[in-house]
Design a binder for this molecule. Structure first.
Ligand code: 13P
Length: 248
């Protein structure tokens, strides 16, 4: 199970429901001028209303951007939904799908998440498919079973689709809690995801870790063989901290 080429590192920020025009301008300006992409692929996933501002401020820079969700529909009577072709018009490279906050607070099912990933791909966006177990599931010894269940409809999209995605392992108990998975805990799950991908003949997919990633713990996580970068929440709102994660 050897990789022919090393996978590129990717550090992505997920602003969640944070930001104002003024705050964003300062943050994006700091990211744009720091040239974080010298270290790794680098980007931010911003709230929908700020995509135009983000595009305007980052266009021509090495920092890319994306959205935090995408509809499974291309267009139609779906009030409140935002389609992949719309995101594409605003220069998005990525769309997060299946973030645990969408799964738990908005009832997104494993199948819906896979449908959203397929819709993103159909418009030339890279879906960042998030999976992760709750604390109860981990303590019940079900971590890998939950990940397998969440991934099953995504894996069913096939090798070609998988080869154009990014996956993110975000244990729910580590999100916004300050309690990071240890590098070994994360690697165990990343390794299992890698084996599932390799079983389908796909080996170059980036698998990010997310959950209380900070500058102080990023390097030890990134030292693990199957951790290809990070999906960063809170720390991505502070330019200096976020840039230090990219440098790690
Ligand atoms: P925190 O980095 O704030 O724990 O959030 C992680 C996350 O949910 C990123 O998508």
């Amino acid at each position: 199970m050897t990789t022919t080429e090393p996978r590129a590192r990717l550090v992505l920020g997920n602003w969640k429901m944070h930001g104002t025009l003024a705050e964003n301008a300062a943050l994006l300006d700091a990211l744009r001028t720091a040239d974080a992409a010298a270290h790794c692929q680098f980007g931010v996933c911003v709230p929908f209303p700020y995509l135009a501002q983000t595009q305007q401020l980052l266009e021509g820079s090495t920092v890319a951007w994306g959205a935090q969700d995408v509809s499974k529909h291309e267009k139609g009577a779906y009030t409140g939904e935002v389609s992949a072709p719309m995101l594409k018009e605003f220069g998005c490279r990525w769309a997060l799908v299946g973030h645990s906050e969408r799964r738990t607070l908005h009832g997104e099912t494993d199948q819906l998440v896979a449908d959203k990933a397929a819709a993103a791909l159909a418009s030339g966006l890279t879906p960042v498919v998030c999976v992760g177990e709750s604390l109860d599931e981990r303590e019940g010894g079900n971590t890998l079973g939950v990940i397998q269940r969440q991934l099953a409809p995504v894996l069913a999209l096939g090798a070609d689709a998988l080869g154009r995605m990014v996956l993110a392992y975000e244990p729910v108990w580590a999100i916004g809690t300050g309690r990071t998975a240890t590098p070994e805990q994360a690697q165990e799950v990343h390794g299992a995801i890698r084996v599932a991908l390799q079983g389908l003949g796909v080996d170059h997919v980036q698998v990010l870790y997310g959950g209380s990633v900070k500058a102080a713990n990023a390097a030890t996580l990134f030292a693990m063989p199957d951790i290809d970068g990070a999906l960063v929440g809170g720390a991505s709102l502070v330019a200096e901290e976020f840039l230090r994660i990219a440098a790690a």
